[in-house]
Design a protein around this ligand. Structure first.
Ligand SMILES: Cc1cc2nc3c(=O)[nH]c(=O)nc-3n(C[C@H](O)[C@H](O)[C@H](O)COP(=O)(O)OP(=O)(O)OC[C@H]3O[C@@H](n4cnc5c(N)ncnc54)[C@H](O)[C@@H]3O)c2cc1C
Length: 372
């Protein structure tokens, strides 16, 4: 075999996996179709270190988020990655939202998030004088991270461990052979290369379903729907009125967690992301100025100081959803596919939020699935 392990996709998750497995294996290849890392979902997100509050108890999302959060804070401290453990408020703005706040605290406790507290109006006013809320949850362990520095550090780490990265090459074929797989690559000059590998790790984000299909694993349940999230910027000087993340209570099936306030490492403030399932799987990163009205109306419920013209269109990202529109929330799909006739093929599909937070714990989990 040319490689022991081949990882498809240099987003934050593929990079973390490559760094982790290159500690234990030699001949590790990371293949990325773009000229550098993190050109898709990993650089189009809120950069929030999630606490692990909402996910169904026992799910991979919940376990890997709670564990990943601890690992990520430690990693940032040890490797000088900029982060801010700023905390977050989840706010109830009407009486009927108060029981939801209490239910969220119970779910969080089941998930091992034990540091939440419920705040009354006077305490909310002390922490965030410009925010309106009848009651709120304070999550002290939520924070933000500079995701570009994080990915750069993972890249440096995996190269130092002796792995190789092949940028500008798309995996376009995967054939099962004795004891492994033959991978076909297409580079940016349309040259074709083939090599063999014992293990394939599919961390291809928005096209991870397609990469799985290349190895013959068709499955309607794992088809990805592109689900766009747009952001609007809160223009200066009002960005200075907010000190931490502020979220409304989540919508019932967690397609998204409501248009919220995200603060950035540089002091900027964004509102979003909203949730729009795209009709077809296009890389549509346009922000619709016509959405300003609905962002304004949603956010004004807890940001009473907001004027319509305080917002401007900012950016968009796309979630790789295996949860179909209107269906219940789906867990991360992370499996060795021996049961589907593909031993040594590890699929990661539907790695939406909290994939950034959980990148290090996902990497450990995947390492433990490798059996060579
Ligand atoms: C709007 C939005 C907000 C979010 N906010 C947060 C947040 O605040 N906190 C959090 O924890 N998570 C958040 N997430 C989720 C987080 O961004 C993702 O879970 C994470 O970035 C996924 O990383 P990845 O490496 O799996 O995928 P990606 O970043 O999509 O990387 C996959 C890579 O695979 C490459 N690739 C695909 N096919 C091939 C092929 N055939 N050959 C070679 N290369 C290929 C792509 O080019 C890409 O670089 C958010 C996501 C969105 C969309």
């Amino acid at each position: 075999m040319d490689a022991q392990i081949t990882i498809v996709g240099a987003g934050v998750v593929g990079l973390a996996i490559a760094k982790r497995v290159s500690r234990d294996f030699r001949d590790v290849f990371l293949i990325e179709k773009h000229p550098t890392f993190g050109q898709e979902t990993s650089s189009r997100n809120s950069e929030v270190i999630h606490a692990g509050i909402y996910y169904p108890a026992g799910s991979l999302k919940s376990r890997l988020c709670v564990e990943g959060k601890r690992l990520l804070y430690d990693y940032c401290r040890e490797n000088d990655i900029p982060f801010n453990n700023c905390g977050k408020l989840i706010v109830a703005t009407s009486v009927d939202e108060i029981p939801i706040i209490e239910a969220i605290q119970k779910t969080a406790l089941k998930n091992g998030v034990e540091d939440l507290s419920i705040l009354e109006r006077d305490r909310i006013a002390e922490l965030e004088p410009s925010v309106f809320a009848l009651k709120a949850i304070l999550s002290p362990s939520t924070g933000i991270v500079d995701s570009h520095s994080l990915m750069k550090s993972y890249e440096t780490g995996l190269l130092n461990n002796g792995s190789q990265i092949v940028y500008g090459s798309e995996v376009c074929g995967i054939k099962k052979i004795k004891d492994g797989y033959e991978i076909t690559l297409l580079d940016s000059d349309k040259n074709i290369f083939r090599f063999t590998t014992r293990v394939v790790i599919n961390s291809a984000g928005l096209t991870s379903d397609k990469v799985s299909e290349m190895a013959g694993m068709e499955d309607d349940k794992l088809k990805i729907s592109f689900c766009k999230g747009e952001y609007f910027r809160l223009n200066p000087p009002k960005n200075r009125l907010i000190n931490r993340l502020v979220y409304p209570v989540p919508v019932h099936n967690l397609e998204g967690i409501g248009i919220h306030v995200t603060i950035e490492m540089g002091g900027g403030v964004k509102l979003g992301p909203d949730v729009t399932y795209l009709q077809s799987n296009n890389y549509d990163y346009k922000v619709s100025p016509s959405k300003q009205e609905s962002f304004y109306n949603s956010a004004r419920k807890f940001l009473p100081f907001l004027d319509y013209n305080d917002l401007s269109p900012d950016m968009a990202g796309i979630r790789p959803k295996i949860q179909k529109q209107g269906d219940p929330v789906m867990d991360f799909y992370i499996r060795d596919e021996s049961g589907r006739g593909c031993p040594g093929f590890i699929n990661l599909i539907g790695i939406e939020s909290p994939g950034l937070t959980a990148s290090l714990s996902i990497a450990n989990y995947v390492r433990n699935l490798i059996n060579i």
